[in-house]
Design a protein around this ligand. Structure first.
Ligand SMILES: NC(=O)c1ccc[n+]([C@@H]2O[C@H](COP(=O)([O-])OP(=O)(O)OC[C@H]3O[C@@H](n4cnc5c(N)ncnc54)[C@H](O)[C@@H]3O)[C@@H](O)[C@H]2O)c1
Length: 240
């Protein structure tokens, strides 16, 4: 996964309704905006977050850096550095409160607020995304889906009725979503991205294999599974 615009600098545009409350154990950051973090650190925070939710579900209330690090294959030193960068420190002999970490990492990653997300393109990929139930747990609510294929328009997938892309502007202009997922062919991605930005969308998850050139105030994350496979192939060669 690669991030182009705004490079995980969410401070460039504060989404509406971002909670400013910080944990009550003295782990407040200097202001309410998320800290600027290198991309690998953001990826690791996301993994900690996932494991912390699992721990909470299994009834664990505290965890030390070595244990949490082991769950995601990260050294205790790296984990402590990541958590310290977002203003959280563990207590000697006790470790970290699972609840506090979930709250703080959730704030930093934006998962402690609700994000409205629209999907553009309901082909094979978009169809699977609409059916996926795991987004809402992290605060992402798919609210609308658009396509241009008449065989898709009017169908309901994952509880969302697919509408014609021509209706996008009228449907979204009064209440633009925070985020949009682009699951459309590369040829149309730039035009649709510009339309969405003009409507007020501030973040795009782009699956189309094209580099979008947008205002630096718009965050773009490109998902490219083919590149990830290349990275994997490279890694496999390196370890053999
Ligand atoms: N990066 C990845 O890991 C990865 C993996 C699979 C697919 N992709 C990319 O994701 C995109 C979607 O892939 P897919 O397999 O679902 O393709 P698909 O052809 O099955 O679906 C694309 C859908 O977009 C719709 N569409 C076309 N133009 C549109 C527009 N202007 N507005 C709204 N909808 C429009 C089409 O009608 C179609 O339903 C492609 O760009 C593909 O290259 C990326």
């Amino acid at each position: 996964m690669t991030a182009d615009h705004a490079n995980f600098d969410p401070s460039s545009k504060a989404p509406a309704g971002r909670p400013g409350d910080c944990p009550s154990d003295g782990t407040r950051s200097t202001d309410d905006r998320p800290p600027q973090l290198p991309r690998p650190a953001v990826g690791r925070l996301s993994l900690y977050f996932r494991e912390l939710h699992r721990l909470k579900e299994s009834g664990t209330s505290t965890i030390n850096s070595r244990q949490l690090g082991q769950l995601v294959n990260v050294s205790a030193a790296v984990l402590r550095r990541d958590l310290s960068a977002i203003g959280t420190t563990g207590r000697r002999g006790v470790g970290y409160s699972v609840d506090t970490l979930i709250q703080r990492i959730g704030e930093v990653l934006g998962s402690s607020q609700n994000w409205e997300v629209v999907l553009i393109g309901v082909g094979s990929l978009g169809d699977a995304l609409l059916r996926y139930r795991g987004f809402s747990r992290l605060g992402f609510e798919l609210t609308a889906a658009f396509d241009i294929d008449s065989s898709r328009i009017g169908t309901t997938i994952g509880g969302i009725k697919v509408r014609h892309a021509q209706e996008m502007e009228s449907a979204l202009k009064d209440r633009p979503p925070n985020l949009a997922i682009l699951a459309i062919p590369a040829e149309t991605a730039a035009e649709v991205a510009n339309q969405l930005v003009a409507l007020g969308v501030s973040g795009l998850l782009n699956f189309a294999p094209v580099t979008l050139k947008l205002s630096p105030r718009v965050a773009v994350v490109n998902v490219d599974l083919a590149s990830e496979l290349q990275r994997l192939a490279f890694a496999v060669q390196s370890v053999q």
